[in-house]
Design a binder for this molecule. Structure first.
Ligand code: COA
Ligand code: AMP
Length: 651
């Protein structure tokens, strides 16, 4: 690991260590103080109640509204004329700024539309939408009514959407006619129609935002035109007030890949979420109200929920909603343009975005034409940040590049470098130190603490801090079984890594079947279910293999049923199309390889770990328990004939 040139500018000691110690020694006091940053209708009786819920609940007795805190109070407090959201969409050549007063007016109106459809506190509303202002308005409108939104990423296919519809049972679905990718227009409505045909649960209605790039057919009696509904409410002067909700009531459900094809419905509460996000904006990211902040992600991911929508608005900052890519819209200078044009002081994105820029413009020539004088910090998360990319970004931008580690489940960083309270020295390869409330430990298989610098499972001592998931939607038992049972008293992150002598955390990879493709979290188990459903496939395995741009990409191995006479190449093509159709383009599944058999242990376990090492060209050892050593050679041969993997043999 190398140390970065970027250190705390002043000689003042960081306040981090004292703060972290206090957050663990006195969580009630620490988080009660942080909760002062929220406007409550009724203050919580105490910060944490260990006797409620699966492992306790935060801010029990508190009554609040997240939309009020994100919008109304800023208008009341004099920020009405300040920009709340800047929509910058190179794919539609549109830029539009919404002040806090304007955004509030939109949200009040759209909340009235939702209320007319009968949406009430506790009802679920699914959003299947691109990165347009209406999506943010709709999320906040749900929050205003106490309804629970569930945003489904646009790159998921109909079947994935159907699974989420069946689990969330939404009263209403909000969608747009299309999304716009750099190279094509994605018609969303046919995907929604297919999902509704597949789903057991049938929502009452859908509201469809018609975009001029591709309009959708509406089904009379079920589908309603967004613009007309909004206009009718606006013309009629209809608005909806904030509904009081308990701090512990759900704000949203966000589905994330689990270890099977069945996604997990991560629940986020209202009170704890606000408290932790506001704390993080000031202390981790070092952002002040009124500053311009940019998260280049998608509202379909947790990063988008927390740091495009909620955190910047809760703080009273200006957020940028960017409908574009790091490259191709139109070029690898897009990020520099957005930062300079809107005066962003910080950017938060996934390392893959920077790898993409580095590939297209290795010398950063496109940056020369932009003025980045306001820009202070780059934050990276979503996947392991490789030191090469971090160093490249540091050299180019000449600002600190901060890697930080978190999960959909936690809603904010587990480990990071707290720029706002005194940055610690950056060590490349480490997302730095645990954030307040996170008591991070490394344990062995028996749950025993391991020594510094030794690899193990990363676990967090309960309770988790505010904003972390209290449970999975309607599945307390699955919450316990997935996260809390294996290491009693601890939350299992399913990441593996180590902590060094200075207390820096290193996150090296997952302990389950999750892979990270361009910062997107996907289950190889889910992909295997799709491969196995093909009529000619007898057996299969999917592994994540190294990719210079996306970090990892999936690679599927299939064994055909005996008697199948069609060519393997034809079947492989069908398999690739099947994954795209069932999971979506986001899976980036482009490689299926037919093999005569899969390498297994004598007890029948597929040796996925060794297959991955072979594909990545890493050194590997022949597992002692292997059934037939020749099976691994066959895999190596097939990978090489598909242009993957490597020269290293078994040692
Ligand atoms: N709706 C529909 N399709 C989508 C989509 C969306 N919202 N987002 C992505 N897709 C499609 C893409 O068009 C692509 O389709 P293709 O196979 O036809 O080319 C596929 O899903 C894979 O997308 P992606 O992994 O994003 O790859 P890409 O080649 O389009 O772009 C990067 C590569 C690196 C530029 C891109 O991944 C990126 O900007 N990543 C940033 C990561 C990020 O935001 N992570 C979120 C967590 S912080
Ligand atoms: P998601 O739920 O999509 O945010 O994905 C969470 C997973 O992404 C984590 O469990 C890690 O495996 C990985 N991850 C996220 N951020 C980092 C990081 N900074 N370093 C290493 N891995 C990361």
């Amino acid at each position: 690991m190398t140390a970065s040139a970027f250190r705390r500018p002043s000689g003042e000691p960081s306040r981090y260590h004292d703060m972290h110690r206090r957050s663990l020694a006195d969580p009630q006091g620490f988080w009660s103080e942080a909760a002062e940053a929220v406007d409550w209708y009724q203050k919580p009786a105490k910060a944490f109640d260990p006797d409620l819920g699966v492992y306790g609940r935060w801010f029990v007795g508190g009554v609040c509204n997240t939309c009020y805190n994100a919008l109304d109070r800023h208008v009341v407090g004099g920020r009405g004329g300040q920009a709340a959201m800047i929509y910058d969409s190179p794919v539609t050549a549109t830029k539009k700024t919404f002040t806090y007063a304007e955004l509030l007016a939109e949200v009040k109106t759209f909340a009235a539309v939702l209320a007319e459809f009968g949406v009430e506190k506790g009802d679920r509303v699914i959003l299947y939408m691109p990165m347009v202002p209406e999506a943010v308005v709709a999320m906040l409108a749900c929050a205003r009514l106490g309804a629970v939104h569930s945003v489904v990423f646009g790159g998921f296919a109909a079947k994935e959407l159907a699974t989420r519809i069946d689990d969330a049972e939404p009263k209403l679905i909000l969608t747009a006619s299309c999304g716009i990718e750099a190279s094509r227009i994605v018609a969303y409505k046919p995907l929604l129609d297919e999902a509704l045909a597949l789903a057991r649960f049938k929502p009452d209605s859908c509201i469809v935002l018609q975009r001029p790039q591709k309009r959708a057919d509406l089904m009379p009696g079920r589908d309603y035109d967004w613009a007309s509904m909004r206009e009718a409410a606006r013309a009629g002067g209809k608005t909806a007030d904030c509904v009081r909700v308990a701090a512990t009531d759900p704000l949203y459900i966000l589905y994330t890949s689990g270890t099977t094809g069945r996604p997990k419905g991560v629940v986020r509460d209202n009170g704890g979420h606000m408290v932790a996000l506001i704390w993080s904006m000031r202390n981790l990211y070092g952002i002040a109200p009124g500053e311009v902040w940019w998260t280049a992600s998608d509202i379909g991911w947790v990063v988008g929920h927390s740091y495009i929508v909620y955190a910047p608005l809760l703080l009273g900052a200006t957020t940028i909603l960017y409908e574009g890519k790091p490259i191709g819209t139109p070029d690898a200078g897009a990020f520099w343009r957005v930062i300079s044009e809107h005066g962003a002081v910080a950017l938060f994105t996934a390392p893959t975005a920077f790898r993409a820029i580095k590939k297209e413009d290795p010398d950063g020539k496109l940056m020369a034409q932009y003025d980045l004088k306001n820009f202070r910090t780059l934050f990276l998360a979503g996947e392991r940040a490789d030191p090469d990319t971090i160093q490249w970004a540091e050299r180019l931008l000449n600002v600190p590049v901060i890697d930080h580690w978190w999960q959909t489940e936690t809603g904010w960083a587990i480990a990071g470098n707290p720029v706002g309270i005194g940055m610690l020295p950056v060590k490349h390869g480490s997302p730095t130190v645990p954030m307040p409330g996170y008591d991070v430990r490394i344990v062995d298989e028996a749950g025993k603490d391991v020594a510094p610098n030794r690899m193990g499972s990363i676990v967090i001592k309960l309770p988790l801090p505010p904003a972390c998931l209290p449970t999975l939607w309607r599945q307390d038992a699955r919450m316990r079984e997935s996260y809390l049972t294996e290491f009693p008293g601890f939350y299992k992150t399913a990441d593996a890594g180590f902590i060094d002598d200075d207390g820096y955390v290193y996150v090296m990879g997952r302990t389950d079947d999750i892979i990270n493709v361009a910062g997107h979290r996907l289950s190889t188990g889910g992909m295997e279910e799709v491969l196995a459903s093909h009529r000619d496939v007898a057996e299969c395995a999917v592994i994540g293999i190294h990719d210079d741009l996306k970090g990892e990409v999936p690679c599927g191995f299939i064994v055909l049923k005996s008697g199948v006479e069609r060519s393997p190449a034809e079947i492989e093509k069908e398999i690739v199309a099947l994954v795209r159709d069932k999971i979506g383009p986001v899976a980036a599944f482009k490689l299926a390889i037919t093999v005569a058999r899969l390498p297994k242990t004598r007890s029948g376990k597929i040796l996925r770990g060794t297959m991955k090492k072979i594909a990545d060209g890493e050194a590997w050892t022949m597992p002692a328990t292997i059934d037939d050593p020749m099976a691994l050679d066959e895999i190596r041969h097939e990978l090489e004939s598909h242009g993957v993997g490597a020269l290293q043999g078994a040692s």
